[in-house]
Design a protein around this ligand. Structure first.
Ligand SMILES: NC(=O)c1ccc[n+]([C@@H]2O[C@H](COP(=O)([O-])OP(=O)(O)OC[C@H]3O[C@@H](n4cnc5c(N)ncnc54)[C@H](OP(=O)(O)O)[C@@H]3O)[C@@H](O)[C@H]2O)c1
Length: 261
């Protein structure tokens, strides 16, 4: 059994979608929550709701996590509050879509900073305390896109491949130190993600729910898994790369993900 009660959880990207659902589920299990995203109005509304409903402590730290100094800034604010982080949900992220050369390079670099650099920085910041306690949880939001290259989402899929690889390595490093590290891999999920990305033209449609993704995340931690995929169909999509050459996977993938217009 994993104990969530009285622990302090840092959830990035808690203003909506999967992160908001994660914060709710953690609070319902008795965790105090530190909520981070840019939309302070949404974070404040969620903090009030969770404090009232679950009688947990809630902290709102609005921050743009794609800024280079955001990890230091967040660590400093958490220190000033006198808090330690027992549970880290590295969820904040976004995707881009289109032929690579047509996407703004500034936007691609911003995504790499948020999806990779900040995730690595926060893990580096908070892991040592968990190791000292010989207890801790880190959930990193990867994707089914982690398992193969994705044409028209080339940089996004590469960031998620990084997250999967990084998380699995840290799972192995920490498995005897009491710290559970999980790569949580959703398929397409009904959140603001595709509005931010600028397309809803996804092969197979957008099917999953944040509730299902978060439930799968808790299951992955309970079972002490290194990665977990949300949904049986998504699991088989993720495994397809084992049965094809990498070249075939990339080419077939391009046919599947090619925009319909
Ligand atoms: N939805 C899917 O189909 C899907 C599939 C696989 C993986 N994922 C992954 O799941 C994670 C959550 O995505 P979601 O579907 O819940 O998307 P979402 O509804 O768009 O939520 C993204 C969250 O990240 C926050 N965020 C974005 N940019 C930020 C920044 N610069 N600084 C701080 N916070 C920022 C957003 O808050 P603010 O805008 O208020 O800052 C929001 O809370 C992402 O890592 C995504 O890659 C999603």
């Amino acid at each position: 059994m994993v104990n969530y009660k009285g622990k302090t959880a840092l959830v990035t990207g808690a203003s909506g979608g999967i992160g908001k659902t994660y914060a709710k589920e953690l609070a319902s299990r008795g965790s105090h929550v530190i909520l981070v995203a840019r939309s302070d109005d949404k974070l404040n509304a969620l903090a009030d709701e969770l404090a009232l409903k679950y009688k947990v402590d809630t902290y709102v730290l609005p921050l743009d996590l794609s800024e280079a100094d955001s990890v230091d800034e967040l660590a400093e604010r958490i220190k000033k509050l006198g808090l330690d982080v027992d549970i880290l949900i590295n969820n904040a992220g976004f995707g881009t879509h289109g032929r690579f050369e047509t996407i703004s390079i500034d936007r691609e670099q911003e995504m790499i900073r948020l999806n990779i650099s900040t995730l690595v920085g926060l893990t580096h910041q908070f892991l040592p305390y968990m190791q000292q306690q010989r207890e801790g949880i880190i959930v990193n939001l990867a994707s089914v896109a982690s398992f193969q290259p994705l044409a028209y989402m080339a940089t996004y899929a590469a960031t998620k491949a990084f997250v999967l690889s990084f998380s699995e390595a840290l799972y192995a490093e920490n498995r005897h130190l009491g710290v559970r590290v999980l790569a949580l891999c959703p398929g397409t999920t009904k959140t603001s993600f595709f509005d931010v990305m600028g397309t809803t033209d996804m092969p197979g449609g957008i099917k999953g729910t944040p509730e299902s993704v978060v439930k799968t995340g808790f299951k992955g931690i309970e079972k002490n898994r290194s990665y977990i995929v949300d949904g049986a169909n998504n699991y088989w999509v993720a495994q397809a790369s084992r049965f094809m050459t990498r070249k075939a996977m990339a080419i077939i993938g391009e046919r599947v993900t090619r925009p319909s217009k």
